[in-house]
Write a protein that binds this ligand. Structure first.
Ligand code: MN
Length: 228
């Protein structure tokens, strides 16, 4: 069997302490999963059902590095997030079984063309132009849950040019990782290789060319990007 055109490369992430790579299947993201961020975006964090959107897998910027400021936007925001990496899939996974599907964790930036997302929201249109553009998903290496367990607390933070801009804690997640996996698996058949960006704490803001972003989740990892 051969392909009629060159087959696309599989996006991958490196794995801490291993020469193996983590193959990326889909990228799901949770919206408004920290109360203070929901409020700063003008919403009432009333534990409405979690909602999801997707980024294209090839928007991964593995291990951070350079983030090219995207076209068609004057207002590009950072959102620092804990990322869940799945080793198994399923449908309608029970909350109690959900962590069995987790390979490990990473930290990522849900980069957002906020102006285009805002226009889409206003017009009742999909969010892809705001969320799924090229280079929209910088992500760190993956750390196995065998090494770090399943973190449900720990500081999540982001600095821009050395100044702290986001400073939250995983214990502020409205929907926990097992709840997110369970809910997501009711809407989609989730699979090995899926990444889930779990939402961002308060303090999101715009980036400019030349900005250096450093962020992380204590106990999981760090990521750095430079906006070019
Ligand atoms: Mn986000």
């Amino acid at each position: 069997m051969s392909y009629a055109i060159p087959a696309p490369d599989l996006p991958t992430l490196s794995i801490a302490g291993s020469d193996d790579l983590f193959p990326v299947h889909r990228i799901y993201c949770v919206g408004r999963n920290y109360a203070a961020h929901a409020r700063e975006m003008g919403h009432d964090p009333d534990r409405e059902e979690p909602f999801f959107f997707q980024k294209n897998p090839d928007t991964i910027v593995a291990n951070g590095g350079e983030f090219p400021f995207p076209d068609r936007s004057e207002n590009v925001h950072f959102e620092m997030e804990l990322v869940v990496a799945l080793k198994l899939g399923g449908k309608d996974v029970a909350v109690e079984k959900a962590l069995d599907l987790v390979y490990g964790y990473a930290v990522g930036l849900d980069m957002t063309r906020r102006d285009l997302q805002g226009e889409a929201k206003k017009a009742g249109r999909p969010w892809e132009v705001g969320k799924a553009f090229d280079y929209a998903a910088p992500c760190s290496q993956v750390v196995s849950a065998v090494e770090i367990g399943h973190p449900d607390k720990g500081r999540i933070w982001l600095e821009v040019n050395g100044e702290v801009r986001q400073d939250g804690n995983l214990n502020q997640l409205i929907w926990s990782v097992p709840e997110i996996i369970s809910c997501l698996s009711g809407l989609f058949t989730i699979a090995a290789g899926d990444l889930i960006y779990t939402g961002t704490p308060a303090g999101v803001g715009p980036v400019r060319r030349g900005d250096v972003l450093q962020g992380g989740v204590d106990g999981v990892g760090k990521i750095g990007i430079t906006v070019v």
